[in-house]
Design a protein around this ligand. Structure first.
Ligand code: GLU
Length: 491
């Protein structure tokens, strides 16, 4: 990385998204990415992508690709990176060595067994957890002996034993931590990899990060970072810890609250623009009332001042509603293009593939009106495609006697067989007056036809649906319905 170059742009906004590939990115991670991206774009700054892959044991296969794919899907383009911390080990080691040399950090030889029994004792004695600083106070001879023993030490930071560490959080104001609550945390692990604390601050410094916008779960790490910056004589970036995201039950958002991995939303047919709009409002708002905002509008208005200080609540119904709005904003062409893979995947297998394009295009306007996600499209449109509808005869008889239903179906079939133009207007012109003639409420009569034609009590508008299905299919379905009634009557 051209560090000299970067130093020149010190006054600029430079933010980073720094995920650890220890899992697939979830809504909270992506909200963090989005806020950083918006902040960069609003300020004409840079958005940097840094993969914090130093926890080799917890790395999840495929996580890095999923992170990159998710950002690309959402249009969160990065200006630099991805940088991989696993490729920068030398840099962190040098910093750790320097701290040891200056007496600000020390080598610790404690075995995992010793640390474990120490931890157990602390729990038993109800003491706060943390390293007991055993190796901080090793006598010189003991240290020399351990050095010669071949044990690979870790490097620990010498946290001050008293006093306070404070910093200013752009969202929360002054934050003060008692140093007595901070232990001598590890900087460099025995596998040679740095810990999060070390790698994170070294990179934020070298990458000239101006603002750290991150989830508030990192707030308690920040005093450690401040102490490291002080020890190294570096200027820390500005911090803003973003409000937590809660589920509708006000518990921290987790898998229990539904699909939280971002690629699941993609698989379920949420649109990236809807996700961006929705996620932007998880903790930020334009004016507390405006819900629908384009990406450009959000960029234009995004500011830290409008980030809420209290937790944001994830509301899945709102996301569905919003996605429905964005789906209806697509051109029919685009909606159809995006819906087809979902149909190909989701419709019953007996329906022939590839789907008939012309017919599918006629169906889609009716579905676009109602779908909240693309994954709903197969279910909403299945009855257009199947040869035989499966429904219970009782559905036909919802609000009507069976003799009346038989009469109504027979009369409808007779009228429709004689219909010359099978279009919505002509269908309505013959069918609407029939309700009176049959002495039925319009809703009841149409309800009967709807079940016969679609197998359901709710569907897109009846006459439009019938026009798209065509005369042959509709008449066949009406006869099948009649037959179902006769069988149930005489059977
Ligand atoms: N690697 C950390 C994470 O996974 C980064 C936290 C930070 O932004 O400092 O979220």
């Amino acid at each position: 990385m051209p560090e000299a170059e970067l130093a020149k742009s010190e006054a600029m906004v430079r933010v980073r998204f720094a995920p650890s590939p220890t899992g697939y990115p979830h809504l909270g991670n992506i909200r963090t990415a989005l806020f950083n991206w918006l902040f960069a774009r609003h300020n004409g700054g840079s958005f940097i992508l840094r993969i914090e892959d130093t926890d080799v044991a917890r790395q999840v296969e495929g996580a890095i690709d999923t992170i990159l794919d998710s950002l690309r899907w959402l249009g969160l383009d990065w200006d630099e990176g991805p940088y991989f911390q696993s490729q920068r080990s030398e840099i962190y080691r040098e910093v750790a060595d320097q701290l040891v040399k200056e007496g600000l950090a020390y080598l610790c030889y404690c075995s995992p067994q010793r640390l474990e029994s120490m931890r157990r004792e602390q729990i038993e004695r109800k003491q706060p957890p943390g390293y007991d600083r055993h190796c901080r106070y090793l006598a010189r001879e003991k240290r020399t002996e351990l050095e010669a023993s071949g044990i690979t030490p870790v490097v620990r930071f010498k946290s001050p034993l008293e006093g306070q560490t404070s910093f200013y959080d752009l969202l929360r104001g002054d934050i003060v931590f008692e140093n007595s609550t901070l232990d001598d945390f590890v900087l460099l692990k025995s596998d040679g990899y740095p810990t999060y604390h070390l790698a994170n601050i070294v990179d934020d410094h070298l990458m000239v990060i101006s603002h750290v916008l991150r989830a508030d779960e990192w707030l308690s790490s920040t005093p450690r970072h401040i102490l490291l910056y002080q020890a190294l004589g570096w200027q820390p970036p500005q911090f803003a810890h973003l409000p937590m995201i809660l589920g509708s039950d006000r518990a921290k958002l987790s898998k229990r609250h539904g699909a939280t991995a971002i690629n699941e939303y993609r698989n379920q047919g949420y649109l990236p623009e809807a996700m961006v709009n929705f996620l932007a409002l998880l903790g930020w708002s334009l004016d507390d009332v405006t819900e629908l905002l384009s990406r450009q509008e959000i960029i234009k208005h995004f500011s830290l001042e409008r980030i809420s200080k209290t937790a944001a609540v994830f509301n899945r119904d709102k996301l569905e509603w919003m996605n429905g709005v964005y789906l209806r904003c697509l051109s029919l062409e685009e909606f159809t293009r995006q819906a087809i893979p979902f149909l190909e995947r989701g419709l019953p297998l007996e329906i022939e593939r590839p789907l008939e394009t012309h017919y599918t295009r006629q169906i889609m306007p009716l579905i676009q009106e109602r779908a909240k996600t693309l994954a709903e499209v197969p279910q909403l449109s299945e009855f257009f495609f199947v040869d035989e509808l499966e429904y219970d005869v009782s559905l036909l008889l919802g609000k009507i006697e069976d003799t009346q239903a038989v009469k109504a179906l027979q009369a409808s079939i007779a009228k429709l067989e004689a219909l010359e133009n099978w279009d919505m207007a002509s269908l309505e012109a013959v069918l609407r007056p029939m309700a009176d003639e049959l002495n039925l409420k319009t809703g009841v009569f149409f309800g009967l036809l709807r079940v016969a034609i679609t197998g359901r009590t709710a569907s897109p508008p009846l006459f439009q649906t019938m026009e798209v299905l065509g005369g042959e299919r509709c008449l066949k379905r009406l006869r099948v319905a009649l037959n179902k009634l006769s069988v149930s009557e005489f059977g």
